[in-house]
Design a protein around this ligand. Structure first.
Ligand code: ADP
Length: 679
């Protein structure tokens, strides 16, 4: 059994002057509670209370209130559509379970009739309100859209209207629970329900004023305040969400636009620091095992001390250790009282030096690997007031930064791979060239010699010796050629490991000269003099390679200068904070148009077939690769044929601070080893 007629419609039909209006669910909850509180506040009365809930779940939220109300009156009727265990019963008050398809399930009613006051609320939920509400909840589960449900109907303190509403509801209760007929009859008699309607309406004002409205008003004000607070909270959460999305968007855009990690981290530092009103925001690269980090990216408020390019302590930094250990961010609201800071000498000093009052440290992870750290410092006198959502925001940015760093790293790796591929390709072309032109010549000579020796057993011994010597010389030339070629290939493809150290140039020159003397032991060499400037600073280079370059240049000078000529090795500090070394000779000189070409691979003035000097044509190309490797330059000068040549190259010097630290007596042993090194 269910009734399809709406109570509201019946009421409006009976009292056509009533004007229904729209109420939000929150307003109806407030009004209902206020009406119930009014009942609870009165001590002597036994009012009639009829409450109709759309569903059992709504009733259950209020069940405890109705138990308290039952202590005030024996005329309480609660109606609801059952969902689990709501049934017709008369325990504390009368419960009336109506059919779920009864029109009551669309409506919300509360009627209170006392001797000296009466109020009623008779409303019907707007069509589609529930469905719309469900849709909104799907879109934004975090928002409480239940409060947006809308109802249409009457709320009034007019006694006549309340009596009519009570009459309609009591009629409906009787349909579901006819056994309550006597109790309801008594109730009707007591409150004059269903009688003298027009007179009652006329008397309403007299009754309506005769009550204490304080509990009612108090309750409404409390509701109003609570709603305002909820609104305020919702507004703040929406603002925080919008701020987070804006910021994440800005940083994602920067990431999409650029593959330069420097640019990305700069944008992230700036935006994050600005958005969270930090005094200082830092982002730096760090791994879990690092002892220190250099601050490369910083946002600063005016007047705050900068940390840019400073070395930031990580090893004894308890905060950093905690972040690494827990794989999560750490936030300190007050550094002055936090035990982690006050118990650590190092941290306490940092806090004092840089005026950090509140401190947040967030790790930048990518697939469990620590890539860096985001830090926020607040340096004010007053403690920083962290807002809800701040931590989420920093975490979201850290995630973006992690992705950006990995992306940039992958790109850089790709570039290195590309370079290696290009170098490999060059090596391949060179190999073809070398086998085609450079190796075939000595190989043919060796072949001719060996064939002659094999086919002519009667060859005179002197000629036989000449044949053997020629074959041996050419095979030695091939060995050297291949060795130089491999060295050059390694240098060009970046496969060489550099070990820069602080070196005394004097020692390197001596080592290269001793190598030359060994090589030209049987020949008369031109006079070699060295002119190294006094107080020459230490140079920063890989010692083995530096000796190699010096030896190659002096070797060339010896080869292309007659024994009565002169070779000078000079070195002085130039204006670019480099030491410039010059190897000058008085030999055959170089034509001006060939000054750059001599550095090309396989260039030799005589051409491959007319070589007398035993070179490979790769020495200067190798020297250029080595010098460029330590950031120097190499070039040749000559006034032309038979005017002598000068080869210049530069080496970076060791900074004054480093010089003191690194300078050490260097006597022989390591350098002696250099000579034997195969390059
Ligand atoms: P090589 O092994 O043939 O010496 P390099 O690359 O060292 O190969 O030199 C290339 C060419 O540059 C030489 O063959 C020579 O023609 C020219 N060259 C190098 N050094 C000198 C120098 N000091 N005087 C004149 N010509 C030089």
């Amino acid at each position: 059994m269910s009734i399809s007629t709406s109570v509201l419609s019946e009421l409006l039909q009976a009292l056509p002057n009533l004007r229904p209006q729209i109420y939000f669910k929150a307003s109806l909850t407030a009004l209902s509670h206020a009406m119930e509180d009014q009942v609870l506040a009165a001590t002597l009365e036994q009012p009639l209370v009829i409450a109709s809930f759309q569903r059992e779940r709504f009733y259950r939220q209020e069940a405890h209130r109705y138990q308290r109300l039952a202590q005030r009156s024996n005329q309480i009727y609660v109606l609801s559509a059952p969902e689990t265990d709501f049934t017709n019963s008369s325990e504390y008050y009368e419960k009336i379970a109506f059919e779920p398809d009864d029109s009551l399930s669309q409506e919300w009613h509360l009627v209170v009739i006392a001797q000296n006051y009466a109020t009623c609320l008779v409303c019907r939920e707007s069509m589609g309100s529930l469905a719309k509400n469900e849709q909104l909840r799907e879109i934004s589960p975090s928002l409480d859209m239940d409060t947006a449900r809308r109802f249409e109907g009457i709320w009034t303190a007019e006694r006549g209207v309340s009596l009519k509403a009570a009459e309609l509801l009591l009629d409906r209760i009787l349909v579901y629970r006819p056994e309550l007929a006597d109790k309801i009859h008594l109730c009707r008699q007591r409150f004059g329900i269903g009688e003298r309607l027009s007179e009652t309406i006329a008397e309403q004002n007299e009754y309506a004023c005769d009550i204490d409205t304080d509990p009612f008003v108090q309750r409404l004000v409390t509701y109003l305040q609570a709603s305002q607070y909820k609104l305020h909270k919702a507004y703040r959460s929406i603002t925080a969400q919008a701020r987070k999305e804006r910021l994440v968007n800005t940083i994602s855009t920067a990431i999409r636009r650029s593959l330069d990690p420097h640019e990305i981290l700069q944008v992230a530092t700036q935006e994050l620091g600005q958005n969270l009103g930090a005094c200082r925001c830092l982002i730096y690269r760090a791994q879990g095992t690092d002892a220190k980090a250099v601050i490369d990216h910083e946002f600063l408020k005016p007047g705050v001390t900068s940390l840019l390019r400073q070395t930031w302590l990580l090893e004894n930094n308890l905060l950093f250790r905690e972040v690494v250990l827990q794989s999560a961010g750490v936030c300190i609201t007050d550094t002055q009282t936090d035990a982690r800071i006050t118990s650590s000498k190092e941290l306490w000093e940092l806090v004092k030096k840089y005026g950090i009052r509140s401190w947040l440290m967030e790790p930048v992870f990518y697939q469990g690997r620590l890539l860096g750290i985001v830090e926020l410092h607040y340096c004010n006198e007053t403690l920083h007031d962290w807002q809800a959502g701040d931590f989420d925001l920093v975490e979201a940015i850290a995630t973006q930064v992690g992705a950006a760093l990995i992306q940039a790293e992958a790109y850089a790796n790709l570039e290195v791979l590309n370079k290696q591929l290009e170098a490999l390709d060059r090596t391949r072309s060179n190999l073809i060239a070398i086998t085609g032109h450079e190796l075939r010549t000595p190989l043919s000579t060796i072949q001719v010699c060996l064939e002659s020796l094999a086919s002519e057993p009667d060859m005179p011994p002197e000629l036989r010796q000449v044949m053997l010597d020629t074959a041996l010389t050419d095979s030695e030339r091939m060995r050297k050629l291949i060795q130089d070629f491999l060295t050059l290939s390694n240098l060009e493809s970046g496969r060489v490991e550099w070990h820069p150290e602080s070196l005394s140039l004097q020692e390197c020159v001596e080592l290269s000269l001793s190598r030359i003397r060994t090589r030209f032991a049987s020949e008369k060499l031109p006079k070699i003099t060295t002119q190294l400037a006094k107080n020459l600073p230490l140079v920063k280079a890989d010692g083995d390679w530096l000796v190699e370059v010096l030896a190659k240049l002096v070797d060339n000078a010896c080869k292309f200068t007659s024994s009565d000529g002169e070779i000078t090795i000079k070195a002085e500090r130039n204006r670019k904070k480099m030491v410039e070394v010059t190897v000058a000779d008085t030999g055959r000189g170089i034509e001006p148009h060939l000054l750059e070409i001599v550095f090309d691979r396989f260039y030799q003035e005589e051409g491959a077939l007319r070589r007398t000097t035993g070179g490979t044509g790769l020495g200067l190309a190798i020297s250029r690769q080595i010098v460029n490797g330590w950031g120097g330059e190499i070039w040749a000068k000559s006034n032309g044929k038979n005017q002598g040549s000068q080869f210049h190259f530069t080496i970076p010097i060791v900074e004054a601070r480093q010089e003191q630290k690194l300078s050490r007596p260097r006597k022989g042993s390591k350098r002696q080893g250099t000579q034997e090194k195969t390059l």
